[in-house]
Design a protein around this ligand. Structure first.
Ligand code: ATP
Ligand code: MG
Length: 658
């Protein structure tokens, strides 16, 4: 059994932002308001949905006749491209900048910055939609693939497809040919859009070559459109491949394509999950519910306003980019930054210079990025002016209280809201977070905060019963929410099995969590990444967090390995902070440190020092890969792995230990 003493998190530390614009309420008051929102049932969401422009209003708010295939706003007709582009281009925001795009800088500073207004975006989206429709005959019911670097054409193609009711699937431009082929085949895409190449860390990623290889094993792709980005020579297959600029030159400048009236529950896109825990799942999102959740969270979590410059540092290839680069901010008529390349190339402060150069006011980034910045050291931040930033959130993994404090101090100047929004590809948008744009509760370092209004989150034990406060268990969502998946593409059984079978009628998330007495949730990592040391359940993340609190540690991955006495013990792989020398007594010191800070049940077989950790291409630690190497079992599907050398690094560390 787990008890309160074993959880060492700052449950009682409450921090309020110093900016007067946020209405800070007590957690108790928030709980009451939250309870009232749930009492209204699905109808709660109607007033949010009504703020979108529907072509035809819905007849039924929630159709729950065929669970778990819930449908939101049934009978309603809507278009995501219309909501994001037309509304603003035809209104007072038409000359407002929608996208500030920055290409990857070369050694002597940024060369390329492009700004697109809402009117520019509207024109481009219409011209591309015209092309897709007239030249390629795509329409409702079709699927297309997008494999592009972070250039303006990426959101433009997504919005053009949405305009036609064509479901699209974006493949992150760092993926290999196999991953592209798998996704195109699974999605049955007819057309694939790519670029000749993309810039990353000063090198060209040969996207078109990768596509050529992928297309050797795809069945449905008939045409390829190629955006010229790097200008390198590429092979163009006659009858199949064409350059975008060539075909687009024949499309009239003022081409207009009527946005398709799509049904609220029609698919908008298919997106494959990050693959952290196994084979990626093709999550299908609809339009009406999804856009409703984005509208709510852009306001509540990000407090988005017209004067803001919004920057989400994720890649559009992940759900974070879909929701909070493309559909969310543009629907709100925001000005946002889109950047190509890497946050720390050519210098560790590329990202801070972007904040400074474009006066970013709302910043959305990830723990993996923050821990990397920690590794480089604070001097890279303090040499820039980050005073434009007024609100921040992190996403993707739990944020260690230590990393939270570091970033809150250096960038947040201990005065602005800074949260960790919990959600996943499947949820479509943020579900658990502090909401500085509506009712803000005090912050706590590392927490996710309470669920947003209208969302019923809870923590269950193995029997499917809610656990007491400050006890660990499984995170669940007890009621349908707008933005939930329609299904897993071509595999509805897997959808039922993965999410709705462990606790029938309740959405099983697969994360391990604890709820404190103030109703704040603390996501502790994956439910299957839990160690059982002498019968105590410890999230690997909890031990990683304890390690990171040590001033010498920048990043850590902990996995469980079998132990004859205790069942399991921990094995840690640690990246040290810049400038730390490996003293012989450091390992012992770290073990002692963790036992003092976390508890004596933290038993390690060994702590290894490494330079890299296996991560997904979205930057998450792939503990299942570390564990497989450490226990000598099959590593399984590693198409999401960023750098194969990281696996070797783990292997080497283990061999040296033996
Ligand atoms: P796969 O499902 O293929 O294994 P994945 O779960 O990494 O991959 P995503 O949908 O990109 O794919 O990530 C969602 C997961 O990320 C959540 O289940 C959770 O574990 C983690 N996560 C996201 N945001 C947070 C956060 N703010 N705090 C803690 N964990 C988070
Ligand atoms: Mg997942």
């Amino acid at each position: 059994m787990t008890t309160q003493e074993e959880i060492n998190l700052p449950f009682n530390e409450m921090i309020e932002p110093k900016l007067l614009r946020h209405r800070v309420v007590s957690p108790q008051l928030y709980s009451e308001i939250h309870k009232r929102s749930l009492d209204q049932g699905p109808q709660f969401w109607e007033s949010v949905a009504r703020e979108l422009d529907w072509f035809k209003p819905w007849e039924k708010t929630l159709d729950d006749s065929n669970p778990p295939f819930y449908k939101w706003f049934v009978g309603g007709e809507v278009n995501a491209s219309y909501l994001t582009v037309d509304r603003h281009a035809n209104g007072w925001r038409r000359n407002k900048v929608a996208l500030i795009w920055e290409g990857e800088p070369w050694s002597d500073g940024p060369k390329e910055v492009k700004k697109l207004t809402y009117l520019d975006l509207y024109r481009e989206v219409n011209r591309v939609a015209y092309l897709l429709k007239e030249e390629y005959g795509l329409g409702k019911g079709d699927t297309m693939g997008i494999y592009l670097p972070m250039i303006p054409e990426l959101p433009i193609f997504m919005l053009a497809a949405a305009r036609l009711g064509v479901a699209f699937t974006v493949v992150f431009s760092g993926f290999s040919a196999q991953a592209v082929a798998d996704r195109m085949n699974d999605a049955e895409a007819k057309l694939l859009v790519t670029a000749d190449g993309g810039w990353r860390r000063g090198k060209v990623v040969p996207l078109k070559d990768i596509v050529d290889k992928a297309l050797e094993s795809t069945k449905t792709i008939r045409n390829v459109l190629v955006v010229r980005r790097t200008g390198q020579e590429v092979r163009m297959e006659k009858g199949r491949d064409r350059y975008l600029h060539e075909v687009l030159s024949k499309v009239p400048q003022n081409a207009y394509v009527e946005p398709e009236r799509v049904k609220s529950e029609d698919p908008l896109y298919i997106l494959y999950t990050s693959g952290t825990t196994g084979k990626p799942k093709g999550i299908v999102h609809g339009v009406g519910g999804y856009m409703t959740l984005l509208h709510a969270t852009m306001k509540w979590a990000f407090d988005i306003r017209d004067e803001d410059v919004f920057w989400c540092t994720a890649d559009i290839g992940w759900v974070t980019g879909h929701s909070y680069i493309v559909f969310g901010p543009l629907m709100e008529g925001a000005t946002e930054v889109l950047y190509e390349g890497a946050l720390d190339y050519p210098e560790p402060d590329r990202w801070v210079s972007i904040v400074e150069r474009h006066n970013v006011s709302v910043l959305y980034t990830s723990p993996t990025a923050i821990r990397t910045f920690m590794k480089y050291g604070e001097q890279w931040i303090t040499k820039h002016d980050v005073s434009s930033v007024r609100l921040m959130h992190s996403v993707g993994e739990p944020i260690n209280p230590e990393a939270w404090r570091w970033f809150f101090k250096l960038v947040g100047k201990e005065r602005i809201p800074f949260g960790s929004t919990w959600w996943m590809t499947e949820t479509g948008g943020i579900l658990i977070t502090i909401t500085p744009g509506s009712y803000m509760v005090p912050m706590k370092p590392g927490t996710n905060g309470p669920p947003i209004l209208g969302v019923a989150a809870n923590v269950y034990n193995d029997e499917g019963k809610p656990v007491p406060e400050e006890t660990k268990g499984y995170l669940v969502i007890e009621r349908p929410w707008p933005g939930m998946p329609l299904t897993i593409h071509r595999d509805p059984e897997r959808y039922v099995k993965v999410y709705w079978s462990k606790f029938p009628g309740t959405f099983y998330v697969g994360d391990y969590a604890v709820k404190d007495k103030d109703g704040y949730f603390w996501i502790l990592g994956r439910a299957d990444e839990v160690l059982k040391i002498a019968g105590h359940r410890i999230g690997t993340y909890e031990l990683e967090s304890a390690l990171i609190q040590h001033p010498a540690v920048a990043e850590a991955a902990v996995v469980g390995v079998p132990d004859p006495v205790r069942g399991e013990v921990a094995e840690a792989f640690v990246i040290l902070r810049g400038g730390t020398s490996v003293r012989p007594e450091l390992k012992e010191e770290l073990v002692k440190f963790v036992r003092e800070n976390y508890g004596p049940i933290a038993v390690f077989r060994e702590i290894h020092f490494v330079n890299k950790l296996p991560k997904t291409r979205s930057g998450k630690i792939m503990r299942r890969v570390v564990r497989a190497v450490a226990t000598g079992s099959e590593v399984g599907d590693i198409t999401s792995l960023e750098d194969e050398a990281s696996v070797e690094e783990i292997r080497k560390a283990l061999q040296e230990f033996k």
